[in-house]
Design a protein around this ligand. Structure first.
Ligand SMILES: NC(=O)c1ccc[n+]([C@@H]2O[C@H](COP(=O)([O-])OP(=O)(O)OC[C@H]3O[C@@H](n4cnc5c(N)ncnc54)[C@H](OP(=O)(O)O)[C@@H]3O)[C@@H](O)[C@H]2O)c1
Length: 283
């Protein structure tokens, strides 16, 4: 039997449709900070701007020179933190080589109330408290959860295996699944017998960053698979799972492209709306 396709275009449209009237009422503004000309970053920013337009959200693109110094970038961040018209902003990653080691300081410098990516320690820490405190969660984990919820995939009581433990995807999605009463295993490059771990999973979240690494022999029959990976290969975009091989074995699977990607963008817009609501509540 064909699996349910966890179509992120459908689920993200539903989320954006829900957000549109809130954007109209609250009038938030998102600022995108881009340093340099990384082509993948330019493509992600284009998608984010397109989604802003689709809900009528005001946006601004600060495209900064490749050779900007850390001091100059910090000044831009400081300005955005203090600009009351800017609801939220993010600095598109990856940064040019000379700024890479400053990434933690850059994330730390963003006002937690405006941290639309949800990468800062304050917003990540709140995700650890409980579901009720997931105010500005990182956009990709939030999008993964929304994708599962949109297609009525039961999370409570299920065994979820998350492959990958990055601070932006693997760890936060594991905690968000735990917050929804899944039993969670987190795997990484030092996990002994990865296939054996994945075989226990009702839900597999593949955030490993290796093209087509998770194959049909590694998952149990009827599992739900969410593929977070994005890889540009000679044959086009592919994910972290072997979609074609898994199709006949799983009960549901997200495609690449058109799965988690659009959910990440829609979740970013949702965070901007939430940020505006919370800023207004404080004022
Ligand atoms: N669709 C979207 O919107 C979106 C958003 C963000 C990221 N992504 C994609 O999602 C993927 C993961 O992103 P990320 O930022 O989390 O990547 P990352 O920071 O590179 O983390 C990859 C994780 O996978 C683990 N890993 C690597 N090789 C492994 C192996 N052979 N067996 C088991 N675990 C292994 C690593 O373990 P260690 O910790 O031990 O090194 C690490 O925890 C990438 O393809 C990225 O492009 C997509």
């Amino acid at each position: 039997m064909s699996p349910l396709i966890l179509d992120g275009k459908i689920a993200s449209k539903a989320l954006l449709d829900f957000l549109k009237p809130l954007v109209e009422t609250l009038d938030p503004k998102l600022t995108v900070v881009q340093v340099g000309n990384d082509p993948a970053s330019a493509s992600y920013i284009k998608q984010k701007v397109k989604s802003c337009d689709s809900v009528g959200m005001r946006h601004e693109h600060r495209h900064l020179d490749e050779n900007i110094t850390i001091e100059e970038l910090m000044e831009v961040i400081d300005g955005l933190n203090n600009d009351s018209d800017v609801t939220g902003f993010f600095v598109q990653l990856p940064l040019p080589a000379h700024l890479k080691s400053h990434e933690p300081d850059i994330i730390k410098a963003i006002d937690p109330m405006k941290d639309i990516d949800g990468f800062g320690a304050y917003n990540l820490g709140k995700v650890f408290l409980s579901k009720d405190f997931e105010h500005l969660p990182p956009a990709t984990p939030s999008g993964i959860i929304r994708l599962l919820e949109h297609f009525d995939i039961e999370i409570a009581g299920k065994h979820a295996v998350v492959v990958g433990r990055s601070n932006t995807v693997g760890k936060p999605v594991a905690i968000m699944l735990l917050n929804r009463n899944a039993t969670v295993t987190i795997c990484h490059s030092k996990t002994a017998d990865l296939a054996e771990q994945i075989k226990q999973a009702d839900i597999v979240i593949a955030a490993v960053g290796k093209p087509k690494m998770i194959t049909a022999d590694m998952v149990k029959d009827g599992a739900v698979v969410v593929d977070v990976g994005i890889h540009r290969t000679d044959e086009g975009l592919s994910g972290d799972t072997d979609f074609e091989g898994l199709e006949s074995k799983v009960s549901a699977i997200s495609p690449v492209p058109g799965g988690v990607g659009p959910m990440t963008v829609a979740s970013l817009i949702r965070n901007c709306v939430t940020a505006k609501e919370r800023q207004m509540a404080i004022r």
